[in-house]
Design a protein around this ligand. Structure first.
Ligand code: FAD
Ligand code: FES
Length: 301
């Protein structure tokens, strides 16, 4: 079958039949930010040239002849970064702090697309309203996480696109009880929301529930201890050597809130299966979707 021609940012691109627009762009050297390839992270969003209001997710759109698109997302501008700190928060979780080299606005709880070479990016959520603090779960041979853990040096240059996302503190609703629940490094955006809430003078209760399947996932216990004004609970499916971590299931714990949930604003982050189950449970308990903020950490593909 013959190849198809499309255009992105005025650049002519050839694609094989069956390619997604994202595949075609990446092969042509156009570094479109992306992560999930599942229509969830929205990093690959492009606009139609003919109709600027028509958004197109490049990973979900087949490359077809004559398609004309542009990558005009203002919020996805690229920013040069410098690695200024890295430290271990647990056996397999790294805290890194990055310094933007130009002015950058973000809200804690949003995520950015981090890259160390053009065309390959990974999403990471921002844990602080004050600095670009990320929590990285280190995956063996992970393109980004293992590199950050083993090879990256203070002062190294990286690039980000974004930020994006709506897992952020709703400053207008200071009197709404908050439920922040998640697993693994899903703690990063939850911590970001909690810190922003404290800073904004949130006056209703804030519950932060952090769970893990294995003890290594319950990291940053001292940091959580120091979070005043937040009711923190750490949970693990296995028994944990630290008495601050309770033995049990995060989902069962959330269920215990029962009808109280209906008045809460809920934030869910981390393992995709857990996020989607908790979303369902909260919705069925009466939390409207407009009050459920979630970021499933889909692995990059
Ligand atoms: C919106 C969003 C926000 C995110 N925020 C964070 C964050 O704050 N902190 C964070 O650590 N991650 C976060 N992620 C996940 C992150 O983007 C990467 O997928 C992850 O860091 C792995 O990238 P890598 O380059 O190190 O590994 P890759 O090179 O992508 O993968 C290396 C190997 O590890 C496996 N792998 C990848 N992820 C997992 C996993 N979760 N469990 C088991 N095996 C895995 C892969 O299948 C592969 O075999 C987020 C994802 C999304 C979509
Ligand atoms: S939505 Fe396309 S890569 Fe995530």
């Amino acid at each position: 079958m013959s190849r198809v021609q499309l255009e992105v940012d005025g650049i002519g691109i050839e694609a094989d039949p069956g390619d997604s627009v994202l595949d075609a762009c990446l092969r042509a050297g156009l570094a479109i930010p992306h992560s999930c390839r599942a229509g969830a992270c929205r990093g690959c969003e492009l606009q139609s040239v003919e109709d600027a209001a028509r958004a197109v997710l490049a990973c979900q759109t087949p490359a077809t002849a004559g398609l004309r698109l542009r990558s005009g997302q203002a919020q996805l501008r690229r920013t040069a970064l410098r690695l200024v700190r890295k430290e271990w928060l647990g056996d397999s979780t790294l805290r890194v702090v990055l310094e933007p080299q130009t002015r950058l606005q973000w809200e804690a709880g949003q995520y950015l697309f981090l890259s160390r070479e053009p065309g390959r990016s990974r999403c990471y959520s921002i844990a602080s309203p004050e600095e670009l603090e990320l929590h990285i779960a280190v995956q063996p041979r992970g393109h980004m996480s293992a590199w950050l853990a083993e090879d990256a040096r203070i002062g190294d240059a990286l690039e980000m696109a974004g930020p994006l996302g709506h897992c952020t503190h709703a400053a207008a609703q200071l009197d709404e009880p908050l439920l922040l629940a998640g697993t693994g490094t899903g703690l990063a955006p939850l911590l970001g929301v909690a810190r922003s809430a404290i800073r904004a003078g949130h006056c209703a209760p804030i519950h932060l529930l952090h769970g893990s399947a294995r003890p290594s996932g319950n990291y940053a216990l001292d940091l959580l201890d120091s979070l005043s004004g937040v009711a923190v609970e750490s949970w693990c499916l296995e028994s944990h050597p630290d008495p601050r971590v309770r033995h049990g299931d995060l989902i069962a714990r959330v269920r215990q809130f029962g009808s109280e949930l209906a008045s809460m604003r809920v934030y869910l982050c981390g393992a995709p299966a857990l996020v989607s189950q908790l979303q369902r449970e909260c919705f069925l308990e009466g939390v409207p979707l407009s009050r459920i903020h979630s970021d499933p950490f889909l692995p990059a593909r």
